[in-house]
Design a protein around this ligand. Sequence first.
Ligand code: ADP
Ligand code: MG
Length: 682
Amino acid sequence: RLVDDEEGGVLFFSGGFSSSSSSSGYGYASIEKQRQRLPVYKYRTAILYLVETHATTIIVGETGSGKTTQIPQFLKEAGWASGGRLIACTQPRRLAVQAVAARVAEEMGVKLGEEVGYTIRFEDVTKPDVTVLKFLTDGVLLREMMDDPLLTKYSVIMVDEAHERSISTDILLGLLKKVQKRRPELRLIISSATIEAKAMSDFFGKRKKRRELENEENGIQLEPAILSVEGRGFNVQINYVEEPVQDYVQAAVSTVLLIHEREPPGDILVFLTGQDDIDAAVQLIADEVQTSKKHSPGLVVLPLYSGLPRAEQELVFSPTPRGKRKVIISTNIAETSLTLEGIVYVVDSGFSKQKFYNPITDVENLVVAPISKASAKQRAGRAGRVRPGKCYRLYAEEYFLNHMSNEAIPEIQRSNLVSCIIHLKALGIDNILGFDWPASPSPEAMIRALEVLYSLGVLDDDAKLTSPTGFQVAEIPLDPMISKMIIASNQFGCSEEIITVAAVLSIQSIWISGRGIQKESDEAKLRFGDHVTFLNVYKGFLQSGKSSQWCHKNYVNYHAMRKVLEVREQLKRIAQRIGIVLKSCESDMQVVRKAVTAGFFANTCRLEEYSHNGMYKTIRGSQEVYIHPSSVLFRVNPKWIIYNSLVSTDRQYMRNVISIDPSWLLEAAPHFYLLQQSNPLH
Ligand code: ADP
Ligand code: MG
């Protein structure tokens, strides 16, 4: 039961809001008027002055105050994009990059991809010599540093959403601090939604040599400036549940329906964790609305997560139809990365999907875990953008006060560091332990990553990138294990197939949700694993003439398959550039499985002999793991398998698995398997 904490147990007290208020805040104001009403507008001169006079400017402002959409435009208007220079604005999330770039292009009245463009992995919507404002993920900017380590084409780099402390943001900040020494004219803006600015300021203010600070060139201050943009969020009333909820999806759905029934107009934003629970909630609400006349009409329910097709993304930003109430069910992307207009009610599950890495077991997985207090406050704040709002927390107040951590741990301290180390090595940074990090990763994680990279043949005995493998792996914008698999496919003569597998693995899922366990007639014993199934799906898709009906019939997501084709084309080009010969092995699946083994040998698991419930143990850390029910090998349970990733719910599940022959392991990574204390292969 939800309790209204300010109204002493009254359920869903309705405040005196006018029910006729427009749900799209700004009504018909022109875009110029809208811009002028944003909080950052009043700081335009101050921001431009600070950027002019300081190497680094830190800007803190509430979500929706106009940091992301306005500051790059201010910079352009002030001439920072003249003479062929570019202004960059980075985001941790791809979906945010696209959405923000589209909005800024609209505000400037230009076509997206011309003056205003964006780049995300496998998608470059910019035009050389035309684009001056470029939105990109922090990961893409890191990649650009491989070709241009000093990022010479940029005059200003705005590292946005710094409070998220994504692993790429942290690496980028460490590198940009180095770049600044060589390019004093480069300006950095670090923007953030929370007041954690002090840590950032200390990081950029802390210079190795005092002399550096004294030797301020051309009057540019090296000590960072901090500017706080006053927001004007409305009051948000917080409600907690009395008892912990059993099932937050169900609880979120009931709460939405109650709000719809009892509260005045205003859109609802629900925070869940990922595509699975979001799709489930959308379905539950749809079912509820169908069976009970009470709730209909009037609910427009929309999902929001990365990987959503573009057309569906756009619906989230379009104005709510008159007389309707929009319900957006989102991952934490709507926490600070995207501004949604018209939200008056927030339902907060208290969870998000987070990466966790354990260097002892060498297992990284995506876990549904409690959010921090800082996140909970951000989520609640989303309800107060247009008028006073309400937030319904699906957890108890006692839990919030006494058990939630204050801040999330930076991602770099809970990640596998394999990709990160390759990046730094490729940029010529050899002393990784001595690198100036905004937050230091653990030495154990570092050692584990070096070990894996050594076994992959990416690093040599001196921990330098090997030639050619190490440099090739660094060139491919994918997880190093996938890159190694692609490089190995060259020797096995199955690069065509492996590039398809790599393209599929880079997409969240090619299946439409709700796909049950397949009742295919082929003998279970003939199944080698998901990678082989991907190849069959790809073949079938091409043979059908890329038909959407074919996809529908086979529970395949048509949009995902279009994306696979696109990514595959790009990977093909990269592969050719690094000297891989495109060759098909036709139907010899053994070489495909060997190539997968060459990249993913570290993820080998063995079925527990006396296990009747399909329990596997990882070879490296003896972790208990199970095959995910969405896998074609679910219930088939071959003795030796390799997984691509782990997800954790009630158990640790292996996603995308393939069966292997253990003798291939010694072939693929002799050091790795012979160095184990007791040889685990026997
Ligand atoms: P911040 O980065 O400070 O969180 P933004 O610059 O993203 O703020 O957003 C400023 C304002 O721009 C929002 O309050 C909203 O009114 C408008 N806005 C941003 N993105 C969009 C969009 N995709 N569609 C419509 N309006 C948008
Ligand atoms: Mg923003």
